[in-house]
Ligand binder design. Structure first.
Ligand code: DGT
Ligand code: MG
Ligand code: MG
Ligand code: MG
Ligand code: MG
Length: 260
């Protein structure tokens, strides 16, 4: 008997398939990472271990979910891009969101010690997730530009704020000092007072991390004759480029190509 009398309850489930032929973006974001970063003594303004762990999780997600063509991350968030042509999980929104975020969070816990060493994980981290569809390439690029601009604005602020605090200003005073300031003011404070040229700060902090599938030569040992075999594979790899300008997209034309 395939059917039971209980099976009608299936019809209470609502379809949540995302529009076909649109870009899908899954964005995950750490829940309460203001507290999480304090509890785990994240370095200010940027903790290299935390960023590299986030990147590792995104890479593991992309290794598992092959439909994702690019991921962009900064702070406690990551966005995963799924192309218009994808039919992943029949484009069901909650199925896609929940699978991506669950994989991400379990990898975060699984790989924590590789990045934080003796600094133990104090409590279970949690991430939220949403899937949004974007109708065309322009809106998708504007979405990614929005996230990278957010990274820049926050990083410039945080870099200046923590430089002021580390030089002896109270957090309240630094906050007041920077209120209403423009980018050029913060660049000037960094340069004049701290001898920091903001543009020389490592791109991983200024630009965030973009994971793309890069052609990489991998060497394996043939089980047949024990000889080395070299092959080109597409390996998800973190880069720290500007993704707002045209140049990145010209260098990677496959990302926006219709057919894949
Ligand atoms: P939410 O997302 O509404 O649950 O709340 P939060 O607390 O996660 O806030 P959100 O996502 O707007 O901001 C991310 C927080 O994580 C923010 O307080 C800064 C912190 N954070 C992220 N990366 C770093 C880092 O590398 N170093 C430090 N010190 N803090 C970081
Ligand atoms: Mg958060
Ligand atoms: Mg928030
Ligand atoms: Mg966030
Ligand atoms: Mg099942």
């Amino acid at each position: 008997m395939a059917n039971s009398k209980f099976e009608y309850v299936r019809h209470f489930e609502m379809a949540d398939n995302m529009l076909p032929s649109t870009w899908l973006v899954v964005r995950i974001d750490g829940r309460g990472f203001h507290r999480f970063s304090q509890t785990h003594n994240f370095a200010k303004p940027n903790d290299r271990r935390a960023i590299e762990l986030m990147n590792r999780c995104a890479i593991e997600v992309m290794k598992d979910i092959k439909d994702i063509i690019l991921a962009y991350g900064q702070s406690d968030e990551y966005s995963f891009i799924i192309p218009k042509s994808s039919n992943l999980y029949s484009r069901r929104s909650s199925k896609i969101s929940s699978t991506v975020v669950s994989l991400f969070a379990s990898n975060y816990v699984m790989h924590w010690a590789e990045y934080f060493g003796e600094d133990k994980l104090q409590y279970a981290p949690c991430f939220d997730s949403r899937t949004v569809c974007y109708p065309n390439d322009k809106v998708l690029r504007d979405y990614l530009s929005w996230r990278q601009a957010d990274c820049h604005i926050n990083n410039l602020f945080n870099t200046t704020f923590w430089a002021l605090v580390k030089s002896g200003m109270t957090e309240d005073a630094a906050e007041k000092h920077l209120r209403g300031s423009f980018s050029k003011d913060k660049n000037e404070i960094l340069f004049v007072e701290f001898n920091i040229n903001y543009n020389n700060i490592e791109p991983i902090y200024r630009k965030g991390s973009t994971i793309i599938r890069q052609k990489t030569e991998v060497t394996s040992i043939s089980p047949r004759n024990g000889e080395e075999v070299k092959r080109i594979k597409l390996i998800p790899t973190a880069i720290y480029d500007d993704i707002i300008g045209q140049e990145f997209w010209d260098c990677h034309p496959e990302l926006l190509a219709e057919k894949r």
